[in-house]
Write a protein that binds this ligand. Sequence first.
Ligand SMILES: [Ca+2]
Length: 587
Amino acid sequence: MLAAPPRFKARAGVRAVRPNISLFAVLLVLALFTQSLHAAESATRPNIIFILADDLGYGEIGCYGQQVIHTPRIDQMAREGMRFTQFYAGATVCAPSRSVLMTGQHHGHTRVRGNAGKANPLAQSLRSNDVTVAKVLQAAGYRTALLGKWGLGDVGEAAQGLPRRHGFDYFFGFLNQHRAHNHYPDFLWRNEEKVPLPNDLVPVGDQGGGYATNGTVYADDLFADEAVKFIGQNQAQPFFLFLSLVVPHANNERNHVLKNGAEVPDFGPYAGKPWPAPDKGHAAMVMRMDGYVGRVIDELRRLKLDERTLVIFTSDNGPHKESGHNAERFKPYGPLRGFKRDLTDGGIRVPFIAWWPGTVKPKKVSEHVGYFGDLMATAGELGRASLPTNLDSISFAPVLVGRKRQQQSHEWLYFEFHEGGFHSAAILDGRWKGIRKGTTNAPVELYDLNRDLGETNNLAAKRADLVGRISRYLDLARSESADWPVKVSPGKPADVPAKAKRGSVNSRPRSSRGDEALVSPVKPNAVRDSATRQKLRIVPLTRRVFPADSDLPQMESGICGRSESVGDSWVDQSLLTSAATIIYTTP
Ligand SMILES: [Ca+2]
């Protein structure tokens, strides 16, 4: 029989005072009960590992129909767990999607609603009073770590958003998402300290981006190493690991200069394919990512933590086509339409796999409609953590553990996009999708996702009732944000002149900030509000291929590969549907 701990002996001595005996007995029983309850809770509260790919499409891995690229480890994870067919990211680009994930608030409520860049770093930063899922789990006794890309705070002006101020005990990776384009960085951050790496840097642009000519240390390899290490070191208490990979995101700067943004140490099984190098590189990046997932799973099994750990694998937005590769070879959008920056499902619906042996049954496919904001409520339920009240979050734990009847569902999901005007979208009952493009009073396009996954048949003219309902929702769904205002006021349609002026850049007036003022056929507010206003040129859409203005076009500020090279210049894809195209060049 175990000896009573000293404190119990001390308390036993107090029992001699008769009137207190019953009181102390009660307290003792309560203390023991609470202790055992905590022990039981600790035993049943799972570790949570959230593995996030960057710009991986819904159809880019085998278990979601990919035919060309091999992802055996993720496919195995799906076979052993649950694959969601209708799960959405937080947004169609990096920063807001991660903000939704962290805050449990939808895109119209969360702090960071777009990619801002260096012109306004605070607009892309969480603030002191924001509550993240890491924070609530940390408060509940979880050990927490972020490994990889952050993008919601940085040293300097945006220091309020540093990961360790938002619930992460440990951080290793990229703070600035523009720097994260470079898979061979010359440094990373460990907490708030710079860790130099033996990669050289050929800088491109003025945002810290660039590429290496002698890359030896691949950032995502380090993140996988750190993940394995963190798991091994934190078995004593439940942990939350946010493994935020950068693959298969393009190195846009490298793509511009070298015409290949698919930066990867080797081509793996694709080396012998009769494909251009960017195609081999892109496939190899996705497969390398698959290997990282396998390493995490293997380590959990080796340490016998598998039945105590929920692992989720997903992507932060739709696929990209910015590595100079032929995206059509891989059809990364699967049966959906669109890429990142689109509000069709191709831009926002993502692969989402949950693995938790012994709890999540194998070979399950769920049609539950969820989105990134649901991580907060789910983690809160599984981790028995106290949650803030102002959430847009529904726990999907019932689906995971097989209590489908208890699963609540979303009436609405909401998304917006701040580049090239103001775009918004809502999904009603997981079925009816309404999209407004460019302004707040643009006509709502209506699609039936149950019958038209590719969103090609606009039913707005036939279902005025649904259009009205969705319009009213879109008008009210968002809260005002000083950092992320709606760019075109309701009732004032975007002014798009019939003819774009083709005058030279130099002839244009300049704004008070010294940036180029834009004599623009594009919605002018959209451009003024953009973080990318410097060194922009507007060219009518009919000029699709532009001469080289320099060997070093300026890319957008801190934006995840928003641009794509056409000819020798960068073209803002998000504006191609407007009356003009913005190209980025050096002045
Ligand atoms: Ca992304």
